[in-house]
Design a protein around this ligand. Structure first.
Ligand code: SAH
Length: 354
């Protein structure tokens, strides 16, 4: 049988039986590569619904934010719109339509690893350039970069405090069932000194892949000019514990239940990412909640304008606005991290109004 067709759970079992437990990071990374590689998971009929799929208002406000930054920074050309993990391309389509009115007509670059989502994106925005990673995105001209629910899909590394000190958290087997086990190598030196003294069982989760992406983006901002928005669910402050979870068909499922068939995510540690960006001299414009940011950008007025044009959709538009911005929906758990080049202006929605 073609290796791609063998259920991933079976591939993992074979691997663990022959070479021993695998790291949580490897389990998550390979599960999501298989998951996104073979499907379009979005929408009511899929596994989950993201903000751009809830309403066009989301992408439009992001497009206006990008246009506003670029206009106030001096309208430098060529300018690039870069999106990481663009899903169906819905956000980009809505953003670029709204931004065009302000003369922002950038070259469009999508960074995407999934072949099946690439095909969907090609239909949505036929003029876009595709990249496997950021390295091939042009080095000349400012970059307006957007990543919505991208970082949460990148593999996390977990360390666990055992009686014998810190160890890598691994996935092993008990019979046919996956179980968490502690690795054998001491990992104390990988834990910052002030965090080492924790009760047995404490888990420390980090996301080296997210830090690497933000490091690269911040470097690009400094060199090329531009600004970036990272939007995801996560903590404004670093915390302890595992946040790994799996979603399939709009339900939380056991992350071990169906590797490669469920979306594995972890909360994003925004405080660490802001520090990484600052270490490369990018400006941290701020980290605010989805609700605050969308309100500051005028989601209310945008909803009113849409309702005036389509009164029969009043209820649908109100529901979408609440879903995106209300504190008990996506409004508080989701955050927006804004970055900019050193001499670029403040970003709308981050600085307090004066
Ligand atoms: N931004 C979209 C999709 C979010 S889902 C939306 O809001 O609807 C995560 C996206 O990231 C998918 O497009 C997935 O294929 C992509 N992705 C996941 N891991 C990736 C990686 N390592 N490199 C590039 N894209 C990746």
């Amino acid at each position: 049988m073609d290796e791609d067709k063998v259920p991933l759970g079976e591939v993992f079992r074979r691997l663990i039986r022959s070479t021993g437990p695998i790291s949580v990071a490897q389990f998550m990374g390979e599960s999501n590569a298989r998951y996104y590689g073979g499907r379009d998971p979005f929408g009511q009929g899929g596994d989950f619904v993201t903000a751009p799929e809830v309403s066009q208002m989301f992408g439009e406000l992001i497009g206006l934010w990008c246009a506003d930054m670029w206009v106030r920074a001096g309208r430098e050309e060529p300018v690039h719109y870069v999106e990481l993990g663009p899903g169906r391309g819905t956000l980009a389509k809505d953003a670029l339509r709204a931004a065009k009115r302000y003369g922002f007509e950038p070259r469009v670059h999508f960074v995407e690893t999934s072949q099946s989502l690439k095909d969907v994106q090609l239909e949505t925005l036929p003029g876009a350039y595709w990249h496997h990673d950021l390295s091939t995105v042009p080095m000349e001209g400012p970059v307006l970069l957007v990543a919505n629910e991208f970082l949460d899909a990148l593999p996390v590394r977990q360390l666990v405090r055992t009686a014998g000190g810190w160890r890598e958290r691994m996935v092993g087997l008990e019979g046919d069932a996956f179980v968490f086990v502690a690795g054998t190598q001491p990992m104390d030196s990988a834990v910052p000194a002030e965090l080492r003294d924790q009760p047995e069982g404490t888990i420390l989760e980090t996301c080296p892949a997210a830090a690497a992406v933000v490091y690269e983006v911040a470097g690009r901002l400094k060199e090329q000019g531009g600004a970036a928005l990272f939007i995801d669910y996560g903590h404004a402050e670093t915390t302890m514990g595992s946040t790994l979870q799996a979603i399939a068909r709009h339900q939380k499922v056991d992350p071990f239940a169906m590797p490669g068939e469920a979306d594995l995510t972890a909360l994003v540690d925004f405080a660490t990412l802001a520090r990484v960006a600052q270490s490369r001299d990018a400006r941290h414009l701020g980290t605010v909640t989805h609700g605050e940011w969308l309100s500051a950008l005028g989601i209310e007025a945008r909803a009113e304008a849409l309702m005036a044009r389509a009164p029969h959709l009043r209820e649908e538009i109100t529901l979408a606005r609440d879903r995106l911005a209300a504190p008990d929906r996506m409004g508080t758990l989701f955050k927006v991290l804004g970055l900019a080049a050193p001499f670029w202006p403040d970003g709308a929605g981050f600085a307090p109004p004066v």
